[in-house]
Design a protein around this ligand. Structure first.
Ligand SMILES: [Zn+2]
Length: 350
């Protein structure tokens, strides 16, 4: 039986497959759509890089032919960046840091186009790939099916907690470019509280010794002081005091500022507050979206090595970049200013 691992979010007892899913204890029922379990409150919600009607056409083509062909025909070369983002399995290279084997379960929370899920699936026992947008969960299902990866389990969920998953099941939980969006799915909670509750839930799902892989912007990353934006926010939104960003966002665009990111210290505090013990920070270069290097930030030598041997160059702009970062590093402040982080947090063995 596929999805035999699902449990009732309230009672934590195993669900019975019966025209959807039913809890034998409380009688709670959840439906399934095209074979994907639905644990979603707001089913109208759509998030995607391309408009919903275009996504529907892409899905239809993928179902009829092959996912890769659909991507090729619909996105290439018009959306070359997105095409590469979807197809490049090397985006999962950062995850090679985490020791995994064929007995391990992975939760990819906010799996999107499924690139990380599909890259990890051959190496582990199972990947539960959760997304809040129906079209993305469906794309992921088609992609995994057509690739012959029967151990990928798409789940349409993301605005309800707890999740219908058993405690201490997973060796790795992946939150890649997702935590900052979580407040949007829980409009009744403060941004920080929404993020804290999700992290707490992931902590519950991890087995002792399990790890959280978190890829996210640094609130005080130097590009954000220069006006660079992320998440469609207003310029300087992350570095200004939150009340001010919120007031500006409300008056200029009529919506609150909720895509919060944090500083190195605040991420550490947040993760420790829900129970994670060891929290390690890396600078993913060029970014967490496509990491080619993961440089540990708490040690001196790896960054020195990176600067000397990877970032060398004779042009003036390269030398300027090299010396700026080197001085910031020697002064001990570079780790607070990197644009994005990869954070590995572990749940302690008892
Ligand atoms: Zn129940």
């Amino acid at each position: 039986m596929r999805y035999s691992f699902l449990v009732c979010p309230t009672c934590q007892v195993q669900l019975i497959e019966e025209d959807g899913w039913r809890c034998p204890h409380c009688g709670g029922c959840w439906r399934d759509r095209e074979g994907i379990p639905v644990f979603k409150r707001d089913e109208e919600h759509y998030w995607g890089e391309i408009p919903q009607p275009e996504m529907a056409e892409l899905l239809e083509l993928a179902a009829r032919t092959f996912w890769h062909r659909a991507i090729e025909e619909r996105l290439y070369p018009k959306e070359r960046g997105l095409w590469e983002y979807i197809t490049s399995l090397s985006r999962a290279e950062g995850l090679l840091f985490v020791p995994l084997d064929q007995t391990d379960w992975v939760l990819d929370y906010g799996a999107g186009w499924g690139t990380l899920s599909v890259a990890l699936a051959p190496w582990v026992q199972a990947v539960v790939a959760l997304d809040g947008t129906w079209e993305r969960a469906r794309f992921l299902q088609l992609r995994a099916m057509q690739e012959g990866l029967a151990n990928v389990y798409p789940l349409w969920a993301g605005d309800m907690l707890p999740l219908p998953l058993p405690s201490e099941k997973f060796s790795l939980a992946v939150l890649n470019g997702v935590l900052e969006w979580v407040p949007q799915s829980f409009p009744k909670l403060s941004p920080l509280e929404a993020q804290r509750r999700l992290l707490q839930e992931l902590w519950r799902l991890l087995r002792p010794g399990g790890m959280l892989y978190l890829g996210i912007e640094n609130r005080y990353g130097f590009p954000f002081f220069l006006g660079k934006t992320a998440h469609g926010d207003l310029p300087f939104a992350s570095v200004l005091p939150r009340w001010l960003s919120d007031a500006l966002s409300r008056s200029l665009r009529g919506e609150p500022y909720r895509t919060w990111t944090h500083s190195l210290r605040a991420y550490k505090r947040l993760l420790q507050s829900v129970g994670f013990s060891s929290v390690q920070f890396y600078w993913p270069y060029p970014s967490y979206v496509r990491p080619e290097f993961l440089i540990p930030l708490e040690e001196r030598a790896p960054l020195e090595f990176f600067l000397r041997w990877v970032w060398r160059g004779s042009s003036l702009s390269r030398r300027l970049r090299f010396w700026t970062v080197r001085l910031a590093h020697l002064g001990g402040i570079w780790k607070y200013l990197v644009p994005t982080f990869v954070i590995l947090a572990s749940k302690e063995e008892p």
